[in-house]
Design a protein around this ligand. Structure first.
Ligand SMILES: [Zn+2]
Length: 686
């Protein structure tokens, strides 16, 4: 590992922040924190922190000694000075005289000593930083060092690699006790350049930002060099099926297997979103004959437990020719995971005085021999984090096994981190959005109604896949989701194109829960004179494409086995024909019937099917020019034309989107047609 320090960059950052009145040492603290945070082999998703001891002047004009330490939740790779809140150092140091301090009191005293009461919570490792005398202190969970410390003989290995240069701190959960122990180890030999934390990571320190940072690089490099010596070949491969099932087929089966029924509402599920990863290192790991031993013995560093749980679920290897068997076996594996998790909780909760609330027992990582791994989360973002940490675990465990035998913290220690009182206190605090964990596909997503519906579903917490034939419009639509939506260019009238689109969606999210079949176009012609071609083209788009996307969505929903929701844009024409609109109204009437047929045929599977009947929405079908023309033909103003309904209100794409959202949320509603037209008695359903 090489130092990424560049003098010119460091100087540039110091002068840039000097313009804002920021001291040079804090600017350099920002600089090396970013260097650490940008290297995933050192820091992943909050797994590390840094500090600098400096002096600041408060609002009374008094100069104070402070510790500027990373705030919790700040991304080190992109940290700004505000992400390193200043805490009064003397008051922190006084705490070392205490015998004990609860985590709640620790957080309280840290917050009470913030100079800015609005600043983020200082890291839970703040006291460790405060009790060390050095100006700059750096902490990471470097994967290479975890390869050394996650061994039974970690102390001897560290002595071999570092000699007397690094102190060795036995495993203690982060908090006051660890801070005190680390300070005692340092005091016993103040010549050390850093501390190794058994089963957790390392600290380095120095009088300059560069010294502390480059010591970190050096100590991690020494670990890498040790891991490169005397390696044994790891992971003899297990026997696997000849042909492994595709991710697009396997993911929905796994996603369904790990979904948990939400007992508060019949028909509701707690679903997870998936993030798939594979490469040679992952395959080498998941294909190993001893996978169950090394993969389920625990996390490589304690804070992973919050995001990945303590061990992954191991799925059976999916034989492409026997996916039905795979589905059964995946369900058994998921049930066993839950059972093991509940046992683990009950055993350890009894030790903790039965005071803890069990988290959901679904896995956050699934290993699939022959295929790769999945990270899982209630959102795509959380799934990605779990997958990143799982990849780091693959690397750390592979390294540990190459030089010895992987041996992480034990079950009781993992439980104490997973059920840490401060994490428990957060439970029930944040309200989840109603569609959290669900994947919605919207066709015609770049058009007015599709786009408004996608926005409404995203705001309700769903993961969004935008499907449209117009690539340029799709790029434009995707922009307003800030990269969080998946865009898939596809033609709903082409079966191969739809198949590819749904494969991409399941590969990206693991499945589909809601389909909004919205793509369509208006075709006109007097029914007695219209040519066959026009009518057939309209049926292809306004009926068969609805059937095609619904079939694919249902195929995936059945693989999941957790129900689902089909929503069709039927249009007022399906009920109340307009003159010369036969070519449009006829297939729409068939689509309305299609919605009811799906409701009937798949109700027993928990798949609901509903339609929205909208009229006169300003959109690609009803352009401004077209509105002007129709209004003129009727001798009314455009406003009167658009609000020519019982309520005299213009109906918008957002109104239609809200109707779709209502249908997606109404778990006891199927075969429904919701009219969104401002009131048109001739088009009223009866
Ligand atoms: Zn740590």
């Amino acid at each position: 590992m090489k130092s990424a320090w560049v003098d010119a960059d460091a100087r540039a950052l110091v002068s840039r922040y000097a313009a804002d009145g920021l001291a040079g040492d804090l600017a350099l603290r920002v600089y090396t924190t970013r260097l650490l945070g940008r290297d995933p082999k050192l820091v992943l998703h909050g797994g590390g922190n840094t500090s600098v001891k400096t002096r600041v002047t408060d609002l009374n004009g008094e100069t104070l000694d402070v510790l500027c330490v990373k705030g919790s939740g700040c991304d080190m790779g992109r940290i700004e000075p505000a992400g390193l809140p200043a805490v009064r150092l003397d008051n922190l140091r006084k705490l070392r005289a205490r015998d004990a301090l609860s985590d709640e009191d620790m957080v309280k005293v840290q917050r009470a000593n913030l100079l800015d009461p609005m600043a983020p919570n200082p890291s839970v490792e703040t006291l460790l930083h405060a009790f060390l005398p050095h100006r700059f202190v750096d902490h990471t969970h470097a994967t290479a060092v975890l390869g050394l410390v996650d061994q039974d003989n970690s102390r001897e290995l560290c002595e071999e690699v570092y000699g007397a240069r690094m102190g060795f701190v036995r495993y203690i959960m982060p908090g006051f006790a660890l801070a005190k122990e680390a300070a005692d180890v340092f005091d016993a030999d103040p010549k050390v350049e850093g501390l190794i934390l058994d089963k957790h990571g390392l600290f380095t320190f120095g009088e300059s930002a560069r010294d502390a940072y480059e010591r970190m690089i050096e100590m991690v490099t020494l670990a890498e060099q040790r891991l490169a010596r005397n390696r044994k070949s790891v992971f003899v491969s297990a026997t696997l099926p000849n042909e492994i099932g595709a991710v697009s087929e396997v993911a929905p089966i796994l996603r369904g297997a790990v979904a948990l029924p939400d007992h508060r509402t019949q028909g509701a599920w707690k679903r997870l979103v998936l993030d798939f990863r594979t490469n040679d290192a992952i395959l080498n790991f998941v294909n190993g004959a001893e996978l169950a031993r090394y993969a389920t013995s625990g996390v490589i560093t304690p804070d992973h437990t919050i995001r990945t749980k303590n061990w992954p679920m191991i799925a059976p290897s999916p034989d492409a020719a026997k996916l039905h068997d795979f589905k059964q076996a995946a369900r058994v594996a998921a049930a066993e995971f839950v059972e093991r998790y509940v046992d683990y909780f009950e055993r350890n909760n009894a030790r903790a005085g039965d005071r803890k609330t069990m988290l959901d027992p679904a896995p956050r990582v699934i290993l699939v021999p022959g295929l790769g791994l999945f990270g899982l989360g209630r959102s795509k973002k959380d799934a990605r984090v779990a997958a990143d940490l799982a990849e780091a675990a693959v690397e750390g465990i592979t390294e540990a096994e190459a030089i010895g035998r992987y041996s992480p913290i034990g079950e009781a220690d993992m439980f104490d981190v997973e059920y840490w009182s401060l994490e428990q206190a957060k439970l029930g605090g944040a309200k989840e959005l109603p569609l959290a964990g669900q994947v919605a596909v919207i066709t015609g997503a770049a058009g007015a109604i599709g786009f408004a519906t996608a926005k409404a579903f995203a705001a309700a917490g769903a993961e969004i896949a935008l499907l449209d034939i117009d690539g340029a419009a799709l790029v434009e639509a995707a922009k307003s989701f800030g990269g969080s939506a998946l865009s898939v260019r596809g033609d709903v009238t082409d079966d191969a194109s739809v198949r590819t689109a749904f494969d991409r969606i399941t590969e990206a999210f693991g499945g589909v829960d809601i389909l909004v079949s919205n793509a369509g176009a208006a075709f006109q012609g007097k029914i007695g004179a219209v040519d066959d071609m026009t009518l057939r083209k309209s049926f292809e788009l306004n009926f068969f494409s609805h059937q095609r996307v619904a079939q694919h969505a249902v195929r995936i929903m059945l693989a999941q086995g957790t129900g689902g929701c089909l929503l069709f844009n039927a249009s007022k024409q399906a009920i109340n024909p307009g003159p010369d609109f036969g070519p449009y109204g006829l297939p729409k009437a068939a689509t309305l019937f299609l919605a009811r047929q799906y409701a009937l045929d798949y109700g027993a599977e928990g798949i609901r099917s509903n339609a929205v009947n909208a009229d006169r929405i300003r959109s690609g079908l009803l352009t401004d020019d077209f509105i002007a023309e129709r209004a003129k033909a009727r001798g009314v103003s455009e406003t009167d034309y658009m609000s020519g309904n019982l309520l005299r209100r213009e109906v918008t794409a957002d109104d239609v989107a809200q109707a779709f959202l209502h249908q997606a949320l109404a778990l006891k509603t199927t075969a429904d047609v919701t009219t969104v037209d401002g009131g048109n008695i001739a088009a009223a359903l009866r």
